[in-house]
Design a protein around this ligand. Sequence first.
Ligand SMILES: O=C1O[C@H](COP(=O)(O)O)[C@@H](O)[C@H](O)[C@H]1O
Length: 231
Amino acid sequence: MAHKIKNFSNTNTLAIAAADYIIAAGLAAIKKNGRFCVALSGGSTPNILYQVLVQPAYQSKIDWKKTFIFWSDERCVPANDPQNNSYQAYQVLLNEVPIPKENIFTIPVHLTPAAAAAAYQLTIQQFFKNNFPVFDIVLLGMGDNGHTASLFPHTSILHETTALVKNIYVNEVNMDRITFTAPFINNAQHRLFLVTGANKKTMLQKVLHGNYEPDNYPAQLIKNADWYTCV
Ligand SMILES: O=C1O[C@H](COP(=O)(O)O)[C@@H](O)[C@H](O)[C@H]1O
């Protein structure tokens, strides 16, 4: 199965379509498994989705008690730093909806990066009672350098084949990161990319239609994804 790409003329319609996608996936997952397990992405793009989901007409369509939130990557900065991926999600969405706090699994950035990655992998495996769990959705973004989650160009983590979650120091942004690995992301039921901004247009073209060069364009490591784009 190949990627499914939908291009939107504005970010508002993209965000509404993404919210509808999440709601539909949640209904299907709860019907099938009794719960909905989502890994959120970071950066600023998901905020447009959160701003739709937080609206009463949308948040009422999600069974928050059966929804479980994780993150596909995190920046190793304190939890109350605006750069922290979970901080953004709390500010715009999670503090505003009736989700039990025990349903939210943030990456433990108070630990060293290696310990945080190991602890988060264990948390996920214990939650799912499975060593190679299947998330219902992994939400993803893409930077204008082709990175997705914290899989940055020319980093060793691009070649990781065994870990689900790993830490990596990224020279390009001068920061430790924790990230799901590509094989783990690819194991999810659904992968949804949200990509907005004219600065990403050239990279999007290379990732989706260029030669397969994942060291240059890490987002190419992600298979069979839905791409919602507005570039
Ligand atoms: O650093 C990160 O960047 C990517 C892209 O962010 P965006 O704001 O350009 O969409 C994001 O997907 C990732 O989770 C984040 O840690």
